[in-house]
Design a protein around this ligand. Sequence first.
Ligand code: FES
Length: 210
Amino acid sequence: MTDIAQWSQEAEALAEAVIAKYPQKRSALMPLLYIAVREDGYLTESGMRRVAALVDLEPAQVSSVATFYSMYKRQPVGKYLVSVCTSISCWLLGGDEVLEAVESAAGVPAGATDESGVVSPEHVECIGACGGAPAVQVNYELIEGLTPQKATELVEWLNAAQPETLNGDEMQALFGGQRSFDWAIHETDSATGPYPAFQPHGTVAPQGRS
Ligand code: FES
């Protein structure tokens, strides 16, 4: 008997609402995987089976989608996932040094989580902010133009302040440098955890919408 995750009432209601948006249930697969991550902290086997049951797919079909995308974490991560881009533009402008600074400040290498479960550094491929290289995301909130020194300060701040939500614009002002576009639309919503948000879920607006 394989076990299937039990979700909270809130998660079940959200899943039902997401499924109702699509003509075919299976089209809801990816946002449902996000709900599974949010429920368990990462994408568990039982969570994938819950999703499979909801969209009438085989668990192997769900797994084949989930394992394609590195953003669906299949291991626990810390409270803050610090993703450092090391692709070409960022690499040319010091992305490797920024990653080293993050690893050093966290005390663990990319792919690991510190002992307190606070910071998980990782290196990622291009995150679409090449004009603001080197670029970093914390819980998928973007900061551009970091120096190694600012990256160190960022990790120290995460450890000391441990904010419940993270906002890219606020972190940009504290730790960032040159942005891709100064005229870019400002990010008012903040991240609520180490997972990519499917708006309007997984983020919180200044007035508290979640
Ligand atoms: S190369 Fe780093 S954001 Fe594109």
